[in-house]
Design a protein around this ligand. Structure first.
Ligand SMILES: Cc1cc2nc3c(=O)[nH]c(=O)nc-3n(C[C@H](O)[C@H](O)[C@H](O)COP(=O)(O)OP(=O)(O)OC[C@H]3O[C@@H](n4cnc5c(N)ncnc54)[C@H](O)[C@@H]3O)c2cc1C
Length: 225
């Protein structure tokens, strides 16, 4: 499964271990039992999430390949329960690939974590051209530095946060639900929200019962409903 996110970003499921019933089996091992039939098994998934018994979901594991701007990756890497490997800007030349927002947003007075679309179309257009100009300038300097023989690890320090990076993320379903609670939520940055929604879609496709039980009993965010 691969979903496009933002202009040229993506989220791709590379690998997965387990399914909806993995949590059931690992929960029942506590008293030496396995699966008991579809209805009872399904009920247990809802019960576990309703009562905060989350460890059985740690046995379901996803590996994603993500392409995201550096400012999104930086927020993502704060999620410590999981494993990351990122493309190296020391070993590879950075591609001229960056994110320019389609919609320009303004801060609101009511809530520091929220932003609204900038209403004045002229101001928005100007802001967008300024962003694009600054990024292109930075890339021109980057390539000029490489051309002059400067090491990639030093030349890259001029690159902006909008530059796309790529990483692998291996995460268990429990930690993934924590990620969705925090990032598939209107308090997260818009661009991060878009990635979290894509991750949520893959979670829904691969673990439909767990996803529904999560939304019913444990989801604290406001974008997936
Ligand atoms: C809207 C929003 C705004 C944010 N703003 C900021 C900000 O301004 N500055 C900033 O620095 N960060 C900010 N963050 C990041 C935030 O503080 C967390 O680092 C990030 O959301 C990861 O959450 P987590 O710790 O639950 O996830 P994980 O690191 O994946 O941890 C999962 C869970 O494991 C447990 N855990 C993990 N490590 C420890 C530990 N060392 N000790 C005890 N329990 C642990 C906790 O229960 C935790 O919830 C923001 C996050 C959001 C969603």
């Amino acid at each position: 499964v691969e979903l496009q996110v933002l202009d040229t970003g993506f989220v791709r499921l590379v690998d997965m271990l387990g399914n909806d019933y993995t949590a059931v089996k690992s929960a029942r091992v506590s008293y030496g039992k396995g699966l008991k039939g579809k209805e009872q098994d399904k009920k247990l998934i809802y019960f576990l999430l309703a009562h905060g018994h989350e460890t059985p979901f740690e046995h379901i594991v996803f590996t994603f390949h993500v392409k995201a701007p550096i400012f999104v990756a930086r927020q993502w890497f704060r999620h410590r329960i999981g494993s990351f490997n990122e493309i190296s800007q020391r070993y590879t030349e950075v591609q001229d690939d960056f994110y320019v927002p389609e919609i320009i947003r303004a801060n609101t007075k009511e809530d520091k974590q929220k932003s609204i679309n900038l209403e004045n179309p002229q101001l928005a257009k100007n802001a967008q051209s300024l962003i694009e100009m600054a990024i292109k300038d930075a890339f021109n300097v980057y390539y000029a530095l490489l051309e002059a023989g400067v090491a990639r690890e030093q030349a890259r320090i001029v690159l902006p946060l909008a530059t796309y990076t790529q990483f692998y993320w291996t995460v268990n379903a429990r930690s993934l639900m924590n990620f969705l609670n925090l990032r598939a939520d209107s308090h997260a940055q818009f661009e991060m929200q878009m990635y979290a929604i894509a991750i949520g879609q893959i979670f829904k496709e691969k673990l439909p019962i767990t996803y529904d039980a999560f939304l019913t009993h444990a989801y604290k965010g406001d974008l997936l409903r």
